[in-house]
Write a new protein. Structure first.
Ligand SMILES: C[S@@+](CC[C@H](N)C(=O)[O-])C[C@H]1O[C@@H](n2cnc3c(N)ncnc32)[C@H](O)[C@@H]1O
Length: 215
């Protein structure tokens, strides 16, 4: 199930910037030729990630789930000149291809790719994250959230993708393994007093999370 009306999606896509020609061509090529193109963020979602990163101007960005590197290249646009984006990909083939893909990004020298299971790699990256994008296996979202939170800067932001999971989380009896895991994640964050959150109906649902900082 698509969360928002196809009419709205088409209209939004038409009026959303497409200024980065090289990245736009790259994204289109994946959509037309990659057998798992559905895993890639939509162009509009990529523009939103890029917009948020440019507002935030992070020094350290973490992405969990690289796939082809599209979202990483969008996020990297907001990095400070001496900033770093670390992205983690489990599948070797995707990791290798992403390294090639990053060559079209003016920020390629600021992008660090780690190949392996994010649960093992996150604890080895000792940075204070300003911006984190969680977009990998849905059954591990709670683990990723708990691993990241102690390393999140006080004014840092976590963006979690697919939190409406094709509308399956609206069902009274959720049956799908991934939808169940996402629903549990949404509940977990909603009941966590350490953070506050908001959900946007962009593509498959994005949750924005930040720490509650007591003054
Ligand atoms: C939805 S895709 C990421 C799309 C990308 N973030 C984008 O927006 O263009 C999810 C990726 O997470 C990877 N992945 C799945 N489980 C993982 C894990 N345990 N550690 C690291 N990456 C994982 C998958 O191989 C896949 O490439």
């Amino acid at each position: 199930m698509q969360i928002t009306s196809p009419l709205a999606e088409d209209y939004i896509a038409e009026y959303c910037s497409q200024n980065d020609e090289a990245l736009f061509r790259f994204h289109k090529n994946i959509l037309e030729n990659h057998p798992q193109q559905h895993l890639q963020s939509s162009w509009v979602q990529g523009e939103l990630l890029s917009f948020m990163a440019q507002m935030k101007r992070p020094k350290y960005i973490l992405e969990i789930g690289t796939f082809t590197g599209f979202a990483a290249m969008c996020l990297a646009k907001g990095l400070q000149p001496n900033g770093e984006l670390h992205t983690i990909e489990l599948r070797e083939e995707d990791a290798k291809q992403s390294l090639e893909n990053f060559k079209i990004s003016p920020h390629q020298n600021q992008i660090y790719l780690h190949c392996g299971n994010a649960k093992n790699i996150i604890p080895t990256l000792l940075y204070k994250w300003d911006l984190v994008f969680i977009d990998a296996d849905k059954t591990s979202y709670i683990d990723y959230y708990n691993l990241i939170l102690p390393q999140l800067a006080d004014d840092g932001i976590i963006i979690a993708d697919n939190v409406l999971f094709h509308g399956q989380v609206f069902e009274e009896n959720i049956t799908g393994k991934n939808a169940k895991a996402i629903h549990e994640f949404n509940n977990y964050v909603a009941n966590d007093e350490r953070t506050e959150q908001v959900i946007l109906t962009v593509r498959d649902g994005l949750m924005l999370i930040r720490k509650v900082v007591k003054s």
